[in-house]
Write a protein that binds this ligand. Structure first.
Ligand SMILES: Cc1cc2nc3c(=O)[nH]c(=O)nc-3n(C[C@H](O)[C@H](O)[C@H](O)COP(=O)(O)OP(=O)(O)OC[C@H]3O[C@@H](n4cnc5c(N)ncnc54)[C@H](O)[C@@H]3O)c2cc1C
Length: 405
């Protein structure tokens, strides 16, 4: 029986497993086993899925967790019995396996909320590696499409964090694809936002920088507008406009992964499980939640946001605390570093803010360098290096906790 069972091979799950191993080894209790169950073989770097070549945005789990002896089950969890302390899994062949546990860490992430509207099946998104790869393949196929209005037009729906990063990045991606065909002038990116202002969730602090970047890149913006219908040749907007396009990307926000609903407990409006300061789920003994499945407190006034900035330290704390409770050690309360945000703005740079009021602290090339370091280096766990992984798995390790993502 796995002593500690981690569900999910994303940022929270990987760091939970590593942190649990670290705590067990430090306490001289390495005989306790840690197992991670997740359907894929890779940690998917979701923060980079709006970029070109999304199929490369992955890290092999076995090269991260293999060196520290974490067991891995390649399967999807389909049932959780928190009273009997066991989960039911199904592998790709449909083979069922029941895994008992002593401590369970739920780190199954979040998923995009997809709309119900005519033509919804024609929408693209960048929520997971398969859908982001489908968009990439589609974009590379555009030059082979008949020359017609809207061939290189992309419509991005939603100007939250993901919508802004996607729209600004698509300008460069489409130009690279169109250029060899002499069609750069055809590239057009349109961003629609339901709210009366752009980037409503990011607030007034960074908005001027964002608006200037969108203007510089030539991204057309349509606030107070929604998407009503999609066809293979175009999109109809709520103001009645019909936009010729073959590429509509939906970025309408996320909710906790469906599995979260199988654990008893209180939830926040996006389905995340409420947890105490040690990331335990009250009412489900032995169960911890981390990453995008956890509605943990960042401070007395704010819940964490679904982001790597929190998923990584949440994972480390959940892993540490699950191990600590097994071996009678002191748990570590979750006390994240001050809130920060770094938003990529494609070829227009980036913007980095600090605090919940999002005071701008870096813009342009400086912020872009920070963003590149974050997404190319700091969110990648070390490969084939047990010592370095365990060093970074310490919940007190500061780099990722003090760095905006
Ligand atoms: C395009 C995009 C850009 C982003 N940019 C940023 C950014 O710049 N900065 C930032 O901080 N955050 C960003 N995010 C958010 C960030 O990626 C997530 O907050 C982060 O991935 C959450 O980590 P997680 O481990 O909780 O979940 P995930 O990374 O979603 O991992 C969940 C894991 O659980 C597994 N799983 C799900 N269901 C089951 C099941 N039933 N059984 C077993 N396993 C299961 C999945 O396969 C996956 O391995 C971005 C997200 C997207 C999509």
């Amino acid at each position: 029986m796995p002593d500690i069972l981690v569900v999910g091979g994303g940022f929270a799950g990987v760091w939970a497993a590593a942190s649990a191993v670290r705590a067990l080894r430090e306490a001289g209790a390495p005989h306790h086993s840690v197992t991670l169950v997740t359907p894929g073989n890779d940690l998917v770097l979701r923060p980079r899925l709006h970029e070109a070549d999304p199929h490369t945005m992955r890290v092999p789990l076995d090269r991260v967790l293999g060196p520290i002896g974490v067991g891995r089950v390649a399967a999807t969890v389909t049932g959780i019995d928190t009273v009997g302390r066991r989960v039911t899994t199904a592998d790709t062949a449909g083979q069922e396996l029941v895994l008992p546990y002593r401590r369970l860490i739920l780190a199954c992430g979040s998923r995009l909320v997809r709309p119900e509207l005519p033509g919804a099946d024609l929408l693209f998104d960048v929520d997971d590696i398969d859908s982001a790869t489908a968009l990439d393949t589609h974009l590379h196929g555009l030059p082979g499409e008949p020359v017609a209005p809207g061939r290189f037009t992309a419509l991005v729906v939603g100007s939250g964090f993901t919508g802004l990063e996607t729209a600004t990045e698509l300008v460069g991606r489409l130009r690279v694809i169109a250029a060899p065909h002499g069609a750069t002038a055809e590239v057009r990116v349109v961003l629609v936002e339901r709210a009366p202002v752009l980037a409503p969730g990011l607030g007034p602090g960074p908005r001027p920088v964002i608006v200037e970047a969108l203007e510089r890149l030539g991204v057309e913006t349509r606030p107070a507008t929604t998407l009503e219908r999609v066809t293979p040749a175009g999109a109809t907007l709520s103001d009645g406009a019909v936009l010729p396009t073959r590429t509509v990307v939906w970025t309408g926000g996320v909710v906790a992964a469906p599995l979260t609903a199988l654990v008893p407990g209180a939830r926040d409006p996006i389905g995340r499980l409420e947890v105490d300061e040690f990331l335990r789920v009250p009412g489900a003994p032995g169960v911890y939640a981390a990453g995008d499945t956890a509605a943990a407190r960042a401070d007395p006034d704010h819940l964490v946001l679904p982001s790597c900035q929190y998923a990584i330290p949440l994972g480390k704390h959940a892993g540490h605390n699950a191990a600590a409770s097994l071996i009678g050690r002191t748990p570590a309360p979750f006390r994240p570093a001050p809130h920060v945000t770094t938003l990529d703005l494609g070829e227009a740079g980036a913007v980095s803010t600090t605090g919940w009021e999002r005071t701008v602290r870096l813009t342009g090339a400086e912020a872009k360098t920070l963003k590149r370091t974050l997404t190319a280096q700091w969110i990648r766990p070390p490969l084939d290096d047990a010592d370095e992984l365990l060093r970074q798995a310490d919940p007190a390790f500061r780099t990722r906790r003090t760095t905006p993502a």
